[in-house]
Each structure stands twice: as C-alpha cells, then as structure tokens.
Write a protein that binds this ligand. Structure first.
Ligand SMILES: [Zn+2]
Length: 137
C-alpha cells in the first residue's frame, strides 16, 4: 500500500504545476512504479473526485500519433475516424482493437487543485522556519 501512496504524493505535487493534463507515464517515471500500478491508482483517485480522466484517441498513422478525439468515456463505438494531419483513415475493422490507440489523460479536478493550493499557502504561513532544533520531542 505504502508504495501506492507515492502516486498520491506525486499527484499532489504536480497538481500545483501549471499543466492542464498529464499521462500515467509521467507518474510512473517519477515514482518508479510499474505503469499498471500507477494507472490503477489514478483511476481510484478519479473515484475520489481528485482527478478526472479523458480518453484520447491517437492517430495510428506512421510518425503521426496526434490526438484526434478526446472522449469522456472509454467505451465508444468508433467508425471511420479520419486524421486531418496525415490523411490516415481508419475504422475498427481495419485496425483491430481500436483501444490500442486510446490513451488516458488525467486532469486534476478544479476543487481539489484549489484545496491543495490553499493548504500549501497555509503551511507556508503557519510554519516558521525551523531554527536549531531538529526534532520535536
Ligand atoms: Zn495522423
């Protein structure tokens, strides 16, 4: 369990960054945890309304991989998606499992972001810099 909480720590940290969204790979890199573990935990945080998840459909074209659609739900019937950048045209039949091209992107919920911002401001205000004494006992 403790390892999983590293995910929460990193999420709380990047919540204060000026970024709109992030991918599980970023968290995996920073925590050193396997991507599956990270992803499972991030989904749990969405249930907690700390994060929300969007599904990005990326173009399967060679060297393209641009985001073509952003979906609120992963389960969607996709037909005839056309990439305006490289001209790649694909549908489920041609490309087998279309889910191979769907990637989760996470956003920190506005309320949670605000909460973290407030609490980090308060910690800064309340705690005077430690002088001398290192341990409180
Ligand atoms: Zn493309």
């Amino acid at each position: 369990m403790a390892l999983i909480w590293k995910v929460d720590e990193v999420v709380n940290e990047i919540a204060l960054w000026p970024i709109k969204k992030f991918y599980p790979t970023l968290i995996a890199k920073r925590t050193g945890l396997p991507i599956d573990t990270v992803f499972a935990r991030l989904l749990e945080l969405t249930n907690d309304h700390k994060l929300c998840v969007k599904w990005e459909l990326r173009c399967p074209g060679d060297n393209c991989a641009r985001t073509l659609l952003v979906l609120d739900e992963e389960a969607i019937k996709l037909r005839d998606v056309f990439c305006q950048y490289c001209g790649q045209d694909f549908c489920e039949d041609d490309y087998g499992d279309v889910y191979d091209y769907i990637y989760p992107a996470f956003e920190v919920c506005r309320e949670y972001k605000e909460y973290l911002r407030q609490s980090s401001l308060q910690t800064k205000k309340k705690q005077p810099p430690m002088k001398g004494k290192k341990f409180l006992n």
